[in-house]
Design a protein around this ligand. Structure first.
Ligand code: URA
Length: 485
């Protein structure tokens, strides 16, 4: 009998090395006992004590890529027999059953496929339902998330969270393993207990705002909802506290939606002023309040204030800029400086009234570098755009514009989720999941052009792009907006 002791539950390298040595030495699965050091330290000799790997001399073997990928998923399953199951499959393939993995009714293949499916489902749930709490630790804000995975999925998923929340300092706690990201390095430590999660919580409120904003009573399907968001996850989801009330109120809200008259397209009304917040306490206005405390990336530190979007909640057109600039940072409103003035002029030439548009930025804090007393604009990086997309998504979900005008590459990246070649893609209507978009240049690009002739030509093209957006958006009806200072 051969005993293999792996270093930890998802010791892929250890498993691969051992399986390879065992298969090359023609040791059948029934002669191997697998265990994990963390759980069982007493279980015989480690694999390192198997005879040395002289596989190159004996001839290497290959297993199909699909089996390797399946094994990398199955090794994360909380199933003690997974190592022997996987070695059994490798053994059979190496012994001549080259097409074994295609035989999906084979009991061992079926068992491995089911485990992989369960791991994938758990992975999806972790990505969807992990919620961070924000905790002030000396002068750093850390984000701490608690999740109870069914399987051993933390290590394989950590990269996903690094990519998604690269600009934050975070800690994911689970009962079997914790992952730490300090903005540069990823580290893993032993598991934690729920009691270890600090109660200080500013982020939970944001989830409640967001969930309430995307909840559509007319589309309520309780069985589909509980299948996608099973009740066992609710206890760790701040927004779940809202579900019973939202479900209870859904019939009344749906009836109200049916009874409300549809707004028929009216002629654009110029300069009909409304109060700042046309729908007080709406999810959008709550998000505006929550965003004023935003610590999702480091830009909040040097900036004066969050510059949230403004405009009617039923605007047909949303303009998305890059980030608040020097003037906007001091004033608290988007596009009020020189770029904003040029934008206003171009909008008017395109027949658009700014008071009827929702105007916002991809990044809501001013990023700058101090040179003497001057604050020099700095371009937001991808992690800052990603961190701030949180707010932009809420604005887009709430305003649901028919047309989104993307002013510059940062806006394009934030909305389209990819790099944009602005000068190539400008002026062409793009279809979004909801509504349409038109990419154009940023007004400060026009301000930076040194030659007057270039300025004039580019300005005209900019106005043309705005006209395309206006014509694709259809009638501009609904409320107008006036920001009172
Ligand atoms: N540039 C932007 O992208 N947005 C502003 O609000 C101001 C300048």
């Amino acid at each position: 009998m051969h005993a293999v002791v792996l270093d930890h539950e998802v010791d892929w390298q250890g498993f691969r090395r051992a399986a390879r040595l065992l298969a090359l030495r023609r040791i059948p699965p029934e002669h191997v006992v697998w265990s994990v050091r963390e759980l069982d330290d007493l279980f015989g000799e480690p694999v390192a004590e198997l005879p040395a790997d002289n596989s190159s001399a004996e001839g290497a073997f290959r297993v199909p890529r699909g089996l390797v990928q399946l094994a990398q998923t199955v090794i994360q399953a909380r199933e003690p027999a997974r190592f022997s199951l996987l070695y059994g499959l490798i053994w059979r393939v190496v012994s001549g059953a080259r097409h074994l993995m295609e035989q999906i009714t084979d009991p061992e293949v079926d068992r491995a496929n089911r485990l992989a499916k369960s791991v994938r489902r758990d992975t999806h749930k972790m990505r969807a339902f992990l919620r961070f709490r924000s905790v002030q630790d000396e002068d750093v804000v850390r984000h701490i998330g608690w999740f109870e995975p069914q399987h051993f999925i933390v290590e394989a998923n950590a990269d996903f969270f690094v990519r998604r929340f690269a600009g934050m300092t975070w800690l994911i706690l689970t009962p079997y393993r914790c992952a730490h990201w300090n903005g540069q390095d990823l580290a893993f430590t032993d598991g934690a207990r729920l009691e270890d999660v600090p109660k200080d919580d500013r982020i939970a409120d944001y989830w409640q705002v967001y969930f309430a904003s995307i909840f559509n009573p007319a589309r309520l399907k309780i069985s589909a909802m509980t299948s996608e968001m099973p009740r066992k996850y609710w206890k760790n989801l701040p927004e779940a506290a809202l579900i019973p009330a939202l479900i209870a109120g859904s019939a009344v809200r749906t009836q109200k939606m049916i009874e409300e008259p549809t707004v028929s397209p009216a002629k654009p009304t110029l300069r009909v002023f409304r109060p700042v917040d046309p729908v007080p306490n709406s999810p959008l206005s709550q998000a505006r309040v929550a965003a004023s405390q935003c610590r999702r990336c480091a830009l909040h530190g040097p900036a004066t204030q969050t510059v949230f979007g403004e405009g009617p909640i039923d605007a047909a057109i949303m303009l998305v800029g890059e980030q608040a600039g020097d003037h906007e940072d001091l004033d608290g409103r988007p596009f009020v400086g020189p770029a904003g003035q040029l934008l206003d002029k171009a909008l008017a030439e395109a027949g658009l009234d700014r008071s009827q548009l929702y105007v916002t930025n991809a990044v809501k804090h001013f990023k700058f570098e101090l040179r003497g007393k001057r604050r020099i604009h700095g371009k937001p990086d991808i992690s800052e755009i990603d961190a701030c997309r949180w707010w932009l998504d809420i604005e887009r979900a709430q305003v649901a514009p028919r047309m989104t005008v993307l002013l510059g590459a940062t806006a394009g990246r934030a909305v389209l989720g990819r790099a944009v070649a602005v000068l190539k893609e400008r002026g062409m209507p793009l279809r979004l999941a909801r509504g349409m978009a038109v990419q154009t240049v940023h007004p400060s690009y026009l301000l930076r052009l040194p030659e007057n002739a270039d300025k004039a030509r580019e300005y005209k093209l900019f106005v043309d792009d705005l006209k395309v957006a206006a014509s694709m958006a259809g009638p501009i009806s609904g409320s107008s907006f006036k920001q009172e200072r």
